[in-house]
Write a protein that binds this ligand. Sequence first.
Ligand code: FES
Length: 97
Amino acid sequence: MPMIHVVDKDVTINAPAGEPILFVLWDNHVNITSICGGNCSCGACNIEIVDGLENLPEKSAEEARVLSRIKRQGPNVRLACQSIPTGDVTIRIVPEE
Ligand code: FES
């Protein structure tokens, strides 16, 4: 079972296989904003992958398009609703200033 460590909340969560990070966070009462409800359209669920990027699938064209629209680019920035971990990941929900 993958572990999700959220550095800015100082919590570590067991993620059920096949579950997007967004829903795992919600299920564990970790606050993360979403406007579209996980439909890969609002971009509000963007997160920074601090470690374990290799445990996420490649960005889809759709995910890359949304991230580009909200100007949150770079290999480590992902949408939590589109990120299904296959191994441990460390994330940051709120971007570092
Ligand atoms: S929740 Fe809207 S893009 Fe992920």
